[in-house]
Design a protein around this ligand. Structure first.
Ligand code: PEP
Ligand code: MG
Length: 649
C-alpha cells in the first residue's frame, strides 16, 4: 500500500504484523493443503514460466492487503512474473567494434521508437486517447537525445555492448525514481522499465516474449510491477486478475486495469517470495486483498461470491432503467463518478442520470506537461456532449497529496502533503494552473448542463477567492467574445470538518454541496486514508462522521440547496439506508456500483431509513453503527450477499 513517508522495510514489517496473517497451520492442515492442490480442479501450471512447483513444505494460507484499484473477484492458478522478464550476461566489445556497436545502438533506438509509436496507434483505437498518450510518452522517451547520448557515451568509453549501455542508463534512472518517497513519481519507474524492455527487444534481435504469449491457461498474474503497456495489452479472457508489489492509486497501470475491468490489487509490498511457493490465489479487487494458497473453503467462498457477483451484476444491470425510487415513492438521483470522459458510456449504460463528480486532475496526472486550456476545453466538451443534456459536475483540480503531475519538481514535495498545498489551495496559489482550467470549463459551460465544484474548501475566504476568480475569468472571456453560461452553478466539496462545521454559512454562498467522505473521514478521524497500519480506524460508520454529514444535510436543507455524497460511502450499499435516512436524495458513485445501490433504494422505505439513521446517530462506536446497518440491510433486503472478504470495518 502506498505509504509515502516510510521506507519499504517499515511498510513491510507493518504489513507482516498486521495483515500477513497465518490462518492455518499444523500437520493436519498441511496434509489437507496437498490434497487441495490435487483436487482443486485447476490445470497444472506451465513449466516454461515461473509458476512454482508444488511446495515441498506446505505453506500456510496468507492474506495480504494492498490497494484495491479495480473491482471484482478472481480465483485461479497463479503466474509469477520474473521482475525484468529477461536476463543478459554482460558483454565487453573490442575497441575496433565500437563504431559498429554505436550504429547498432542507434538503429535499435530508432526501431524501438517506431514500434512504440505503432503501439500508440493501436492503443488509441482499442483503449482511447489517455492510454495512447502513455505510449506516445514512451516513444518520446526513446527518442530523447539525453538517452541517446548517455548510452552512446557508455558504449564508447566503457566498451560495453549496446544492450548493457541501455540497461545501465535506464536501470539507474528507474532506481532513482523508485527511491523517491513520492509514490506517483516512484510509479514512473514502470514506464522506464517498459521502454527498456522495448529497446532491448530490438537490440537482442527479438521482441521480448510477452508473458501473455506464454500464458497457457487463464491465470492470475502476480508481478513486482506491471508496466502500463503490459497492462494495456492484457486480455481479460486470459488474465483473470493481477496483483503487484509496487504501484499506487494514481499509477497508469491501475487506471488501465479499471478500464479493462480486470480485478486488481497493487501496492502489496514484497510478497512474491511467498507467492513463488504457492499455486493458487484469490484476488479480491473490491477489498484490496490477495489470498495465497487459499484453503478449499476459502476458494469455494470466493468462487461462489464471484459467480454471484457476476450474476447479480448482470441481473441488476438489466434494471438500469428502473427509477431509483423507494417503496414509499421517494425519488433518489443517482450519478456516476468519472476520471476520464470514456467512462461516461458505462455511467449511462448503468442508469446514471448524470456525472456527479468528474475528477479532472486525471487529465493532468497522465500528461508530460499540464494540458493546455484548449486540450482541457476539448476534454470537457467531449464529456458534456456525451451526456446529451444531462448534468456534469466538473471538479476543479484536486492535485497534491498523493495526486501529483509527473512534471512536478520532486524538490517541491512537502513533508505533510495531505495537510499542505493541495487541491483548491494549490489552484489558488498557482493561477497559472487554475485560470486555464477555469477558462476551459467556462468556455464549455454553454454546451450542456455544466456545474463547477471546488474541492477541499476549508474556509469561506477560500470559497470567496475562488468565486472571484471565476467571475474574473468569465468577464475576461466575455470581453474576448466567448459565450459563457450565466449563473453557472457553483458548489463545494465538503470534505474537511471545518467546512462541515461552517456548512450553514457556506450554504448561503454556494448552489450545492458535495460531501467527499473519503477525505472527510481522513480529516475527521486523523487517519491517513492510504495507510494500512491505521486502516482499522478509517470508517465511514464512525459516529463523528455521521454527525458531520447530518449537519451538512441540515444546512443544505435550511438554505434550499442540493447536497450529494460523492465519496466511496455514497456507492456502498451498506450505507444507502443510512444516507437516505439522513436526508440525502442524490448520490454519486463509480458506475459499477450503481446497480446495487439502486436495488437497495428500491427495496426500502424512507420511514425505515429515517429510523435507522436516528438510531445510528445515538450510537457510540463505528462497530455498533456497522452492526446496526448490517442487520437493517439484511432485514429490509434479506437476499443481500455476504461479503466474501473478512470484515475490516
Ligand atoms: C472524497 O474525498 O470523498 C472525494 C470524492 O474526493 P477524492 O476521493 O478524489 O479525494
Ligand atoms: Mg477528496
Amino acid at each position: 500500500m502506498s505509504v509515502r513517508d516510510r521506507t519499504f522495510g517499515d511498510r513491510q514489517a507493518a504489513r507482516g504484523r498486521l495483515w500477513q496473517r497465518t490462518l492455518r497451520g499444523g500437520s493436519e492442515a498441511m496434509t489437507r493443503l496437498h490434497a487441495d492442490h490435487r483436487n482443486d480442479g485447476m490445470p497444472p501450471p506451465a513449466s516454461s514460466i515461473s509458476v512454482p512447483e508444488p511446495p515441498a513444505m506446505a505453506v500456510p494460507m496468507h492474506v495480504i492487503r494492498g490497494i484495491a484499484v479495480s473491482p471484482g473477484i478472481a480465483v485461479g492458478p497463479i503466474l509469477v512474473l520474473d521482475p525484468r522478464g529477461m536476463r543478459l550476461p554482460p558483454r565487453k566489445i573490442m575497441a575496433e567494434a565500437v563504431v559498429a556497436e554505436l550504429e547498432r545502438l542507434d538503429h535499435g533506438l530508432e526501431v524501438a521508437g517506431r514500434e512504440a509509436e505503432q503501439a500508440e496507434g493501436e492503443a488509441r483505437a482499442r483503449l482511447g486517447p489517455q492510454y495512447a498518450d502513455i505510449l506516445a510518452a514512451h516513444a518520446r522517451m526513446i527518442g530523447d537525445v539525453t538517452l541517446r547520448n548517455d548510452t552512446r557515451a557508455r558504449v564508447e568509453h566503457e566498451q560495453i555492448a549496446a544492450e548493457h549501455a541501455v540497461i545501465e542508463v535506464l536501470e539507474a534512472h528507474a532506481t532513482r525514481l523508485e527511491r523517491l518517497s513520492d509514490s506517483y513519481l516512484a510509479a514512473r519507474a514502470a514506464d522506464v522499465r517498459d521502454i527498456e524492455a522495448r529497446i532491448l527487444g530490438q537490440l537482442i534481435g527479438q521482441r521480448p516474449k510477452s508473458f501473455l504469449d506464454e500464458l497457457p491457461t487463464p491465470a492470475l498474474v502476480l508481478a513486482q510491477d506491471l508496466s502500463p503497456s503490459e497492462a494495456a495489452g492484457l486480455d481479460p479472457r486470459r488474465v483473470l486478475g493481477f496483483a503487484t508489489e509496487a504501484g499506487g492509486r494514481a499509477s497508469h497501470t491501475a487506471i488501465v486495469a479499471a478500464a479493462l475491468e480486470i480485478p486488481a490489487v497493487v501496492g502489496l509490498g514484497k510478497f512474491l517470495d511467498i507467492a513463488r511457493q504457492c499455486r493458487m490465489a484469490v484476488i479480491d479487487g473490491d477489498e484490496g486483498l490477495v489470498i495465497l494458497d487459499p484453503d478449499l473453503p476459502t476458494q469455494a467462498r470466493y468462487r461462489a461470491a464471484a459467480a454471484e457477483r457476476s450474476a447479480r451484476f448482470q441481473e441488476l444491470s438489466r434494471q438500469a432503467n428502473l427509477p431509483a425510487e423507494t417503496l414509499d415513492s421517494t425519488r433518489v438521483v443517482l450519478w456516476g463518478n468519472i476520471e476520464f470522459t470514456a467512462e461516461i458510456d458505462a455511467c449511462l449504460n448503468l442508469g446514471a442520470e448524470g456525472v456527479g463528480l468528474f475528477r479532472t486532475e486525471f487529465l493532468f496526472l497522465n500528461a508530460e506537461t499540464p494540458p493546455s486550456e484548449e486540450q482541457q476545453f476539448q476534454a470537457y466538451a467531449a464529456g458534456i456532449r456525451a451526456l446529451r443534456g444531462r448534468p456534469i459536475v466538473i471538479r476543479t483540480l484536486d492535485l497534491g497529496a498523493d495526486k501529483l503531475g509527473r512534471y512536478r519538481d520532486p524538490a517541491d514535495i512537502e513533508s505533510n502533503p495531505v495537510l499542505g498545498l493541495r487541491s483548491l489551495r494549490l489552484s489558488l496559489h498557482d493561477p497559472g494552473l487554475f485560470r486555464p482550467q477555469l477558462r476551459a470549463i467556462l468556455r464549455a459551460s454553454t454546451l450542456g448542463d455544466v456545474r463547477i465544484l471546488f474541492p477541499l474548501v476549508s474556509t469561506l475566504a477560500e470559497l470567496r477567492q475562488a468565486r472571484a476568480m471565476v467571475r474574473d475569468v468569465a468577464a475576461e472571456l466575455v470581453a474576448e467574445g466567448h459565450a459563457v453560461r450565466e449563473n453557472l452553478p457553483v458548489g463545494i466539496m465538503v470534505e474537511v470538518p471545518a467546512a462541515a462545521l461552517m456548512a450553514d454559512h457556506l450554504a448561503k454562498e454556494v448552489d450545492f454541496f458535495s460531501i467527499g467522505t473519503n477525505d472527510l473521514i481522513q480529516y475527521t478521524l486523523a487517519v491517513d486514508r492510504t495507510n494500512e497500519t491505521v486502516a482499522e480506524l478509517y470508517s465511514a460508520a464512525d459516529p463523528s462522521v455521521l454527525r458531520l454529514i447530518a449537519m451538512v444535510v441540515e444546512a443544505a436543507r435550511a438554505h434550499g440547496i442540493e447536497v450529494t455524497v460523492c465519496g466511496k460511502m455514497g456507492g456502498e450499499p451498506l450505507y444507502t439506508m443510512l444516507l437516505l435516512g439522513l436526508g440525502l436524495r442524490q448520490l454519486s458513485m463509480p458506475p459499477h456500483q450503481l446497480p446495487e445501490v439502486r436495488r437497495v433504494i428500491r427495496g426500502v422505505r424512507v420511514e425505515t431509513a429515517r429510523a435507522v439513521a436516528a438510531e445510528a446517530l445515538r450510537l457510540e462506536t463505528a462497530g455498533a453503527v456497522t452492526s446496526l446497518l448490517e442487520s437493517a440491510l439484511r432485514q429490509a433486503l434479506p437476499e443481500t450477499p455476504e461479503p466474501a472478504a473478512p470484515a475490516t470495518r
